[in-house]
Design a protein around this ligand. Structure first.
Ligand code: PEP
Ligand code: MN
Length: 346
């Protein structure tokens, strides 16, 4: 459902409100020409009223039976704001879950390079009990002279890896012209850090019927990330996983500065799941495990990690990729913290 206008008011139905009372509120809103979106949670039902704030102010919403509270949404992000959903969002892909009690362990090579390389990595990732496979087909490289990804050939390899391992696949979309091909092959569409504020691309995936993994821009604030997610949600696709992957700061000892504080803030500000990419933040494989543990401990809903059967031969991001032979041990270490947080790998 594309949203015309943003939700301006939240109508919270009381715990004892009946379905008829909710329907009554919705009917009154409809009569007044106000569109609404209903979220039924475990404990409460929340109605987001979308439309002109002045018109909404003329409706005696507080007096309707079953209504407990009417609250204005003051944040610039509306659909992704914590308040509009009674429960945290869980993204389900092929029976695998990310969010709430489920920690997503997403892993795979930085780039799909050739068939055996990706299949070997995928087997190790599957054997470790991961949630999804990652692998870049279209690569956003800083230099135009470095490996740019295999494109469509990589998508075919990813389909084969999914077929063999049963793992859902996440891969990056860089160009709206590739959307059909990527949608055919991917279970989750990744929007990379460099396209985090490519608003036309965001709207494009907002019209897609697949979940979106949205990375934080290299220099985006938390609010800018949430507004980017709002672009996707506004087009009707609210299946969004946010990803903190490190930001540019004065610090040079890591590739980027992993902003774990932002993860804690995001968990307060949005109902969407938030995952962490320790690989791109670290830039060095020795740092990936401690950052992954910290991500799980700060309350992230998952991690996305790079692993390669032979990192020393990798065509991109070799220094940060975990050798696939070590990926099982890595996953067990992270799982220890995941269990402490009362979660399980989704
Ligand atoms: C990636 O995950 O392949 C990638 C390029 O990451 P980022 O967009 O965060 O740099
Ligand atoms: Mn990479």
């Amino acid at each position: 459902m594309a949203v015309n206008g943003s939700p301006e008011l939240l109508i919270v139905m009381g715990a004892g409100a009946t379905a008829d009372q909710t329907e009554h509120v919705l009917a009154r809103l409809q009569e007044a020409g106000v569109s609404a979106r209903v979220q039924r949670g475990r404990e409460a039902t929340v109605i987001g009223a979308i439309g002109d704030r002045e018109l909404l102010a003329t409706l005696p919403l507080e007096g309707y039976p079953g209504v407990e509270q009417v609250l204005p949404i003051l944040k610039p992000y509306k659909l992704v704001a914590r308040e509009v959903a009674p429960d945290p969002t869980v993204i389900e892909v092929d029976g695998r879950k990310i969010g709430q009690d489920f920690f997503g362990l997403i892993a795979g090579p930085c780039s799909v390079e050739y068939r055996e390389q990706t299949l070997e990595a995928a087997r190790a990732v599957a054997a470790a009990g991961a949630t999804m496979l990652r692998g870049g087909a279209f690569k956003p490289r800083t230099s135009p002279y470095t490996f740019q990804g295999l494109g469509d050939d990589a998508l075919a390899i990813l389909r084969e890896a999914r077929e063999e391992t049963g793992l859902p696949v996440v891969t990056e979309l860089m160009d709206p012209r590739h959307v059909e091909a990527v949608l055919e092959s991917a279970d989750v569409i990744q929007i990379g850090a460099r396209n985090s504020q490519n608003f036309l691309l965001l709207a494009e995936v907002g019209r897609a019927d697949k979940p979106v993994l949205l990375k934080r821009g290299l220099s985006s604030s938390v609010e800018e990330l949430l507004m980017a997610a709002e672009y996707v949600a506004k087009e009707g696709n609210e299946r969004i996983i946010l990803c903190e992957r490190g930001i540019k700061t004065f610090e040079t000892s890591t590739r980027y500065t992993l902003d774990l504080g932002a993860v804690a803030v995001l968990k307060q500000e949005t109902h969407l799941p938030v995952i962490v990419d320790p690989s791109h933040a670290a830039g060095k494989r020795e740092l990936v495990l401690p950052l992954a543990r910290a991500a799980a401990a700060v309350g992230a809903d998952g991690i996305i990690v790079e692993t390669h059967p032979r990192p020393e031969e990798a065509l991109s991001d070799g220094p940060q990729q975990i050798p696939s032979a070590e990926f099982g041990a890595f996953a067990r270490e992270v799982e220890g913290i995941v269990a402490l947080m009362g979660k399980q790998i989704g």
